[in-house]
Design a protein around this ligand. Structure first.
Ligand code: GTP
Length: 241
């Protein structure tokens, strides 16, 4: 069996990724495909934490620009992430993977509350830990939640699954001549205002020297390839690391 490059990773999946072609909600076929890749990757012996966004169900920021109270709309977004977590838990477990869902906002009847040391124990027992409800605070994105959880569980890298192959100098959906970067430093991402993650999330990673790999989730087998250290996506790390 191939040797994984990482022992413990945090996989960030956007809520939209679960919507597939539908553009909203959860497309079960898409969900199952992602779950299959997760299970296959975890079977390599990699300890995996997962943070999922909620944008396929509710976009807190978008609602607040239309007049909704920002804190309330963000809380709704956090609840949306929990729906995605339960869907992912179900899909992974149907495929034989073992999971635990932990939420940053307590809803003990539905899932375990987030307890860092318990999350780490679950990982050590090769359970896939799915973190819900973002950071539990409004005004923070699920990318920031992913950075925070990655640091708390001592992940070696954040694997940010997106719709594109990596980070480009301009929007590859709009410009044919957009050039993909293989590697970037945190400072370059911040200075060039490249849309990798929001600046809070990037700053957290930079301050704690936590690399981010962004790669295309729509290409089958990419999660596994990334874990095996094959060349996919764009890696963002400190200048000296
Ligand atoms: P070990 O410490 O390794 O035994 O972990 P474990 O998660 O198997 O033990 P535990 O007895 O804590 O959990 C058994 C099941 O109950 C697991 O599926 C947990 O996710 C679930 N569980 C544990 N705590 C809570 C909780 O506060 N709320 C909910 N809804 N489920 C919980």
């Amino acid at each position: 069996m191939a040797d994984p490059k990482y022992n413990r990773v945090l996989l960030k999946i956007s809520g939209e990724a679960l919507a597939g072609e539908m553009g909203f909600g959860i497309d079960l076929q898409t969900l199952n495909k992602i779950a299959e890749e997760v299970v296959e990757t975890a079977a390599l012996g990699v300890q995996m934490g997962i943070v999922i966004g909620g944008g396929n169900i509710f976009r807190g920021v978008a609602a607040s620009t239309k007049g909704m109270d920002r804190a309330s709309s963000d809380y709704m977004g956090m609840l949306a992430t929990c729906i995605n977590c339960l869907a992912m838990q179900d899909a992974i477990e149907k495929l034989g993977g073992e999971t635990r869902v932990q939420t940053a906002i307590e809803m003990a009847e539905i899932a375990e509350p987030y307890i860092r040391r318990k999350a780490v124990r679950h990982l050590e027992k090769n359970r896939i830990v799915i973190f819900g409800a973002g950071t539990g605070n409004p005004y923070f994105t699920t990318d920031t939640a992913a950075s925070l959880r990655a640091m708390e569980i001592d992940a070696e890298i954040i694997m940010k699954a997106t719709k594109v192959d990596g980070v480009y100098d301009k929007d590859p959906m709009q410009y044919e001549d957009a050039v993909k970067y293989d590697q970037l430093s945190f400072i370059e991402v911040l200075n060039k205002q490249l849309k990798v993650m929001d600046s809070t999330a990037i700053s957290l990673c930079m301050e704690n020297d936590l690399p981010i790999l962004t790669f295309n989730l729509n290409k089958e087998g990419n999660i596994k390839k990334a874990i095996l250290g094959e060349k996919v996506g764009t890696i963002i790390k400190g200048e000296d690391s």
